[in-house]
Design a protein around this ligand. Structure first.
Ligand code: CO
Ligand code: CO
Length: 355
């Protein structure tokens, strides 16, 4: 039924078909999750009438049932089969939407074997996926709850002396114990490493006086959570404590702006102004947030250029931060749902916690 929604949008916008490779769009449209197709061509073809057919390597023969499918075996030419499929569906020429992340080697073969005029599928899919239905919201609530539970557990650990890598691994295990897995590799950034928003956890040992940024998320039936909390070990310097309060204030004010009908950039603007007024504007180096769903980064993006008008059912993060070289950083991130006003899905305390 989601495929029919895509077909309807294609008819309205004069696209003839779509080619979807494995990933969250394929899962959203069909419920089929291809765990690891790798280099083996795997493509769902859809025409604007809503007819569809899937080309899949035969390693999935026993997992894909009750779906119009053509399997191909190693040694066969999958592109000949794909061409026949596309001819059958009447989409071997015309304007065809192609998965943004389709491998170039597949696309090159497709373009050689057809007269397709490719267009990015993402632009159309984002409109289908941005507004979550009630079933999707339930799954996101669960993913967010796992993130909160893991934070509680982290607070019970003896962190001083642990390396960033050790802590990241423990966080990953705690997530996996409670969910379908991590939504991205956990970030642990301690002390001066906190000045790098996407620091890769390393061998630095956590010590007293550190601020530690913890950024991680869980997946539940495909849906992602993404939380950041910054905690103190012992008593960090005055400057970092001041920065913490600025970020907390920016995050809260931005959250208060969330409601149906507001533009994404107004949320970013509110967080940014708060940080600028405190004199740290040049240290807030990224957008305020990103949409969240089957992908951990998706539409709507909450940045200075965010023209998307918020609607009920949209889910995204609010995650301002301040990063001062040679000193450290603070980021606070929650997952938020638009429901008239904003509702936080992640609920862990945002007060500065000192262990
Ligand atoms: Co995050
Ligand atoms: Co995020």
């Amino acid at each position: 039924m989601r495929i029919e929604k895509l077909a309807k949008m294609m008819r309205e916008r004069n696209f003839d078909g779509a080619l979807v490779s494995p990933g969250s769009n394929l899962y959203y449209l069909t419920g089929i999750r291809i765990h690891e197709a790798g280099e083996r061509p795997t493509v769902l073809a859809v025409n604007s009438e809503g007819d569809f057919h899937l080309l899949v390597p035969s390693i999935y023969e026993n997992t894909i049932k009750d779906f119009p499918v053509t399997f191909w075996r190693d040694g066969e030419n999958p592109y000949a089969k794909l061409s026949a499929m596309m001819r059958e569906l009447g989409i071997d020429d015309g304007k065809v939407l192609v998965e943004n992340t389709m491998r170039a080697d597949w696309l090159i073969e497709i373009l050689r074997n057809s007269k397709v005029e490719p267009h990015p599928l993402g632009k159309v899919m984002k409109e289908l996926r941005m507004r979550k239905d009630n079933g999707e919201i339930k799954l996101m609530e669960k993913a967010a709850k796992v993130a909160d539970e893991v934070f509680e557990e982290i607070l019970s650990w003896d962190l001083v002396g642990m390396t960033e890598r050790e802590l990241a691994l423990k966080i990953e295990l705690a997530i996996r114990e409670r969910s379908d897995g991590i939504s991205f590799e956990p970030i642990v950034a301690s002390g001066e490493n906190g000045a790098n928003p996407h620091h890769e956890p390393g061998e630095r040992k956590l010590r007293r006086g550190d601020m530690v940024i913890l950024d991680y998320g869980a997946k539940w039936k495909g849906y992602c959570s993404d939380i950041t909390r910054t905690i103190a070990l012992g008593k960090p310097g005055e400057k970092l404590i001041e920065i913490y309060e600025v970020v907390r204030e920016a995050q809260e004010r931005a959250f208060q702006v969330v409601r149906e009908g507001v533009k994404a950039k107004e949320i970013d603007g509110t967080a940014r102004r708060t940080i600028e007024e405190a004199g740290y504007g040049r240290y807030f180096t990224h957008r305020t947030g990103h949409g969240l769903g089957l992908d951990v980064h998706e539409e709507p993006y909450i940045g200075p250029d965010g023209e998307t008008i918020l609607e009920n059912g949209m889910t995204f993060t609010i995650e301002p931060g301040i990063y001062v070289p040679n000193l450290g950083g603070v980021r606070i991130e929650d997952d938020v749902l638009v429901e008239g006003k904003g509702r936080r899905l992640t609920k862990s305390s945002r007060e500065l916690i000192s262990l």
